[in-house]
Design a protein around this ligand. Structure first.
Ligand SMILES: Nc1nc2c(ncn2[C@@H]2O[C@H](COP(=O)(O)OP(=O)(O)OP(=O)(O)O)[C@@H](O)[C@H]2O)c(=O)[nH]1
Ligand SMILES: [Mg+2]
Length: 215
């Protein structure tokens, strides 16, 4: 499976709760991040479809789990291909989202992360200009604790210099090392298409890597 397989992404459904998601088999990678961090823009850049995931200047717009199908993953000779999906999770941390809806999504995302057997990795989208927020840290710690691979896209890199971007990346990697977290990270920009190939390759790798409970 080459990294441009992400170009084959197609919208499947938008779910308000995890019971509405496609049957839990195959391989899935979920996009998480604070509201307005740039999740939908990153998905569009990675799949090469502008408008596949809705983007907006109004944070909190994606208050649904949005599922995209990818072409099936070819496994070793003699094994049947695996279904593959990308999931855009609702952004968290937007103050104007009513508390009841935030509580709903806290519960659903928590259950999704803990129970989704086909989930093979998280792509965490953070704004490269800002420090990690509490929820980012919670996500990274959760991934470390459950051996769920996490790849951080430090996006909106077009808004700062290259030097500042490498510094931010080094700082995050250092934080991972000191905390003993096995996460990976890279500089990204949906606007300038920086790091798109690197991110695609990492996502394909995540999709191909079974979790311990699958073995
Ligand atoms: N300059 C720049 N702007 C970006 C980039 N990525 C996203 N944006 C802008 O940031 C805003 C939010 O982007 P979205 O992709 O909608 O963010 P999101 O994380 O999906 O937000 P919600 O779905 O509302 O939680 C939009 O105005 C985008 O145009 C980037 O790489 N560079
Ligand atoms: Mg979005």
């Amino acid at each position: 499976m080459s990294s441009n397989t992400l170009n084959g992404a197609r919208f499947v459904l938008a779910a308000n709760e995890i019971t509405q998601l496609p049957y839990d088999q195959g391989a899935e990678v979920a996009f998480a991040g604070r509201s307005n961090a740039g999740k939908s823009s990153a998905l569009n850049a990675l799949t090469g479809h502008t408008g596949l995931a809705r983007t907006s200047k109004t944070p909190g717009r994606t208050q649904l789990m949005v599922v995209f199908d990818l072409p099936p993953l070819k496994g070793p000779e003699g094994t049947s291909p695996l279904e593959a999906r990308l999931v855009d999770l609702p952004g968290y941390g937007y103050a104007k989202v009513p508390e009841a809806m935030r509580a709903h999504w806290r519960g659903e995302i928590d259950a999704y992360l803990k129970m989704r057997r086909s989930l093979r990795g998280i792509v965490l989208i953070v704004d490269i200009r800002h420090e990690l927020k509490d929820f980012d840290r919670t996500m990274i710690e959760f991934c470390a604790a459950t051996e769920l691979p996490c790849h951080v896209l430090m996006t909106k890199a077009d808004k700062i210099s290259r030097g500042q971007a490498s510094k931010a990346l080094e700082a995050l990697r250092k934080e991972f090392r000191t905390q003993g977290v096995a996460g990976t990270a890279q500089v990204f920009s949906s606007l300038a298409k920086t790091g798109v190939e690197e991110a695609r390759a990492r996502i394909v790798e995540l999709l191909h890597t079974p979790r311990p409970h699958e073995l």
